[in-house]
Design a protein around this ligand. Structure first.
Ligand code: C2E
Ligand code: MG
Ligand code: MG
Ligand code: MG
Length: 287
């Protein structure tokens, strides 16, 4: 009896899983055409200076407007694109979009314009064409290399072999900023950080849970303090991710983070929304 029931369960489980697998497979298969038909678009979220309250940077976050499924977040399709390898062309497309957009801000606000921060998938960091692609896009768009930041996750950057690391060094030499995304969630070798061509640490949003006035988590706060101290010792700037409340923004400012990113400041939005934020923060257009 039990065995029969167990067997049924497994059958049910298998059926469900394969339905999901079919859906995932379809989504994967439709991605190249979606890229060609411009179903993807980019939203922008500000990295706000915790002192001056200026828009120091802007993260580019890709979305998919699927004709049947509607709006899909990156968590639904980036993993699939990594598996199929499409991430390399999708990532290049996002980079180009973001650089064109940042160039508009550069033209309007000059040196005070925010940098644009673009996520780099593991596959992209290992793509031998990466440096050439970035150089070409910077040239094509006319964006100052210092107005581009590339974000790699901790695990991506730590597992990076010699050649991709050399690519990151080359990008850094070109003046591009390199950031480590979601810092504190992986298994970083902290000592190794000093050997990486990195300019910024983005402290993972998961630490923000314990950063609060009513029931602060002393461990979260201590870890964040330690990370910020280490980053500063290495000459890196720090962004607090996932800042949802005023308390968190204030506490992270006290801890010494340069910038904060999160719903407290702004949800990801259109370039127009970013422009209004830049203007509202007191940055004057240059022309
Ligand atoms: P991420 O790079 O760590 O980006 C931050 C994520 O946190 C974004 O989710 C953002 O919308 C969300 N977020 C921002 N503020 C808050 C907040 O206050 N609270 C909470 N709970 N969340 C907040 P999103 O847009 O869904 O992106 C998810 C992940 O997908 C990104 O995490 C990034 O790893 C990846 N991703 C997005 N765009 C790209 C891309 O163009 N290329 C690659 N390779 N990955 C991308
Ligand atoms: Mg990111
Ligand atoms: Mg992040
Ligand atoms: Mg994330």
């Amino acid at each position: 009896w039990a065995k029969a029931e167990g067997k049924d369960r497994w059958t049910l489980f298998d059926t469900e899983r394969s339905a999901t697998e079919v859906a995932q497979f379809r989504l994967s298969a439709s991605m190249p055409a979606a890229l060609e038909h411009e179903e993807f678009y980019v939203e922008y979220q500000p990295l706000v200076g915790l002192r001056a309250e200026d828009v120091a940077g802007v993260e580019a976050l890709v979305r998919w407007w699927h004709p049947e499924l509607g709006r899909l977040g990156p968590d639904r399709f980036i993993g699939l694109a990594e598996e199929t390898g499409l991430i390399v062309s999708l990532g290049r497309w996002v980079l180009r979009q973001a650089c064109y957009q940042a160039k508009y801000w550069q033209e309007e606000f000059g040196a005070a314009a925010p940098f644009v921060s673009v996520n780099l998938a593991v596959r992209q960091s290992r793509d031998p064409q990466l440096v050439a692609d970035v150089a070409e896009i910077l040239h094509e768009t006319g964006l100052d290399p210092g107005k581009l930041q590339l974000e790699l996750t901790e695990s991506a950057i730590m597992s990076t072999a010699d050649e991709p690391l050399e690519a990151l060094r080359e990008l850094a030499r070109m003046g591009v900023r390199i950031a480590i995304d979601d810092f504190g969630t992986g298994y970083s070798n902290l000592a190794y950080l000093r050997h990486l061509p990195v300019h910024e640490l983005k402290v993972a949003g998961s630490f923000m849970e314990g950063i609060r006035d009513d029931e602060p988590d002393p461990v979260d706060e201590h870890i964040v303090r330690t990370l910020v101290e280490l980053a500063h010792t290495l000459g890196l700037t720090v962004t607090a991710e996932g800042v949802e409340t005023r308390e968190q923004a204030r506490r992270m400012a006290v801890i010494g983070c340069e910038t904060g990113q999160g719903w407290f400041f702004a949800r990801p939005g259109t370039p127009d929304a970013i422009r209004s934020l830049i203007v509202r923060s007191g940055t004057e257009p240059e022309r």
